[in-house]
Ligand binder design. Structure first.
Ligand code: ASP
Length: 344
């Protein structure tokens, strides 16, 4: 239920929702928030109070990076006690990375942070942006028994509300651009907003929000593929000062068993590199030892990333390495649910 007097901070970072064609070109680039709000007279009809804040510069989310996530986390922290919920307008391309990173960076979050955007700009007649934004605001301002209904970092897109760190962009074409393959949606919207209360995580204790903006940048992502050369693997594993690597393997966590490949991994782990195994498949989990091809790499000390998305595994690694944990602690925390990002 929406209550008048509820306050929402709408943070505009960029993305297709606020883009127009550049003069003399087919390419889309972001415009400022005034042009968006002029397309959205509906914003004035909400019972809740909506303040807006635009990033400078606004960006295509392909230019998102950890410094940008930190900026977002700092804005949310600065305004945390003045608003009941936050809606972040963001490009779809890296929205799942930003949502995953924020879920780790905003410790003790007990208010909604809902990311949304669109596949078509808000000025286009058939835009999906209006519905996405209006429903995201409605969800962010929803209160039950005096408490926010969804006190999590989420992505709302088309008809679904997903836990942000379980989400992946799966379509560059359709309006249902996001999926959460390994965790149920937190709400489905139609005529009503139907919350899946059992899937929503509520904080056990009320603690002040604390943000973590120190992320380790010396991490990498490596997708295994048939025919990988030794030189390619060596150049990745020997990247200067590399601290952590997400290894995207086949199926339930399987990788080649060639002697040279296993030796390269073994040597990198011995040097202190943390390697986390996640699957290239969109749904399902790493299951070490189900096949010989996964047993061998896990015996070398590769960490089981279970059913985490790549976006989650990578940002969690940045976050945990940023905390200065040692290799053993990292192995433990990668396999712990910090904010619902992993099934145990
Ligand atoms: N390139 C755009 C972005 O991520 C795509 C979008 O918003 O859908 O910013």
């Amino acid at each position: 239920m929406q209550k008048s007097g509820t306050t929402i901070l709408l943070i505009y970072t960029g993305g297709t929702i606020g883009m127009i064609n550049q003069p003399g070109s087919e390419a889309l680039a972001p415009v400022d928030f005034n042009e968006i709000s002029s397309q959205l007279p509906e914003l004035k009809r909400f019972e809740c109070k909506i303040d807006t804040l635009a990033f400078d510069p606004i960006r295509d989310s392909s230019n998102a990076d950890p410094a940008f996530w930190s900026q977002l986390a700092e804005i949310i922290q600065k305004h945390y006690y003045h608003y009941d919920g936050f809606v972040v307008l963001h490009g779809t391309d890296t929205m799942a990375y930003t949502a995953s990173a924020l879920s780790f960076m905003l410790e003790n979050l007990d208010k909604p942070v809902i990311l949304t955007g669109s596949q078509l700009p808000i000025g286009v007649l058939r835009t999906d942006g209006k519905e996405n934004l209006l429903t995201a605001i409605e969800i962010a301002s929803d209160i039950k028994n005096g408490q926010p209904v969804v006190p999590e970092v989420c992505i709302f897109f088309q008809n679904s509300l997903f836990r942000g760190n379980r989400t992946t962009k799966h379509s560059a074409e359709y309006f249902h651009a996001f999926r959460s393959y390994n965790y149920p949606s937190l709400a489905e919207t139609g005529v009503h907003i139907n919350y899946n209360f059992k899937a929503i995580q509520y904080p056990a204790n009320k603690r002040p929000l604390s943000i973590h903006t120190k992320l380790e940048l010396r991490v990498g992502l490596l997708k295994v593929f048939p025919g990988m050369s030794k030189e390619w693997i060596q150049s990745c594993l020997h990247a200067p000062e590399l601290k952590g690597l997400v290894l995207e393997t086949y199926g339930s966590g399987n990788a080649p068993t060639s002697k040279w490949f296993l030796e390269e991994l073994e040597e990198a782990i011995a040097r202190g590199l943390v390697i986390v195994n996640v699957t290239q498949c969109q749904a399902g989990s790493v299951e070490p030892g189900k096949y010989e091809t996964s047993r061998l790499i896990h015996e070398l000390g590769v960490v089981n990333g279970r059913d985490m998305t790549t976006e989650s595994a990578l940002t969690k690694l940045m976050f945990l390495l940023g905390k200065g944990l040692d290799t053993a602690e990292l192995g433990i925390y990668m396999n712990r649910s910090l904010c619902g990002e992993i099934s145990l």
